[in-house]
Design a protein around this ligand. Sequence first.
Ligand code: SAM
Length: 265
Amino acid sequence: MTVDKKAIALSFSRAAFRYDSVAHVQRQVGQAMLAVLAAQPATFNAALDIGCGTGVLTMALAPFAQHITALDLAPGMLNVARRNDGDGVIQDFVCGDAENLPFEAEQFDLVFSSFALQWCDDLGKVLQDVYTLLRPGGRFVFSMPVENTLRELKLSWEKAESRFHHVNDFLAVSALKDLIQASPFQLQVLQEKLDVAFYETVRELTRELKTLGAHQVTNNRAQSLTGKKTVFQMMSNYEHFRNHQGMLPASWHYVVVALQKPSLS
Ligand SMILES: C[S@@+](CC[C@H](N)C(=O)[O-])C[C@H]1O[C@@H](n2cnc3c(N)ncnc32)[C@H](O)[C@@H]1O
């Protein structure tokens, strides 16, 4: 995968103002992550949220942490997060890249990240870097979409035009497990979940993905605008998925993971 970071930052910055109005799946994912945190109650001194977006989940870390840092690649997202944080729950806002984290070793007790790490080229490196940032005993709780996410859209595009990718490849759960096993972390939780969102039309889904800023394709994307005929073919392929209630499904397959850096004994 080759990720164009500038394009991703621009796409999410543009999406920032409307992101919260369509982030329904992301909110469900967030609830699952907060439940994982709450299941092992602890008060962390310093927490970092990587890919904080509009800051909704970052602010929800307040019961768990005393000092909260929000980091995002997209300046537009950080601006909205700052505006959303009227109560001043978040102490630091940092514009930065998950793959080049600008912090000192052992600076955090909790690193959190929801639906952001799928935009990274080298997740193994991110795991290693987060490990370094955590103090002994610290936790890394993250979620990310995996292999079957948006499978209906992907299949519909592939049948219409196989030359280019129109939907990102998401990591296989087995590959993620291998990366975790190769890392120095101890695995505490790995939950695999499937949420299905429903739409009346394919346009409604693609418009929502655009509003989420999630329509950027990272690998072998079409260099020019896709022709109307191909788009029409993709939409007609998607009709095969229409269910008995007359709705089109869009699958969100994701994992919620909690890792721990071993304590000093
Ligand atoms: C789908 S949004 C999720 C936002 C938030 N965590 C939530 O759950 O609502 C993904 C966020 O990750 C950010 N992002 C993408 N790639 C990143 C990277 N390499 N480093 C930091 N943030 C990144 C995007 O700018 C965007 O704000």
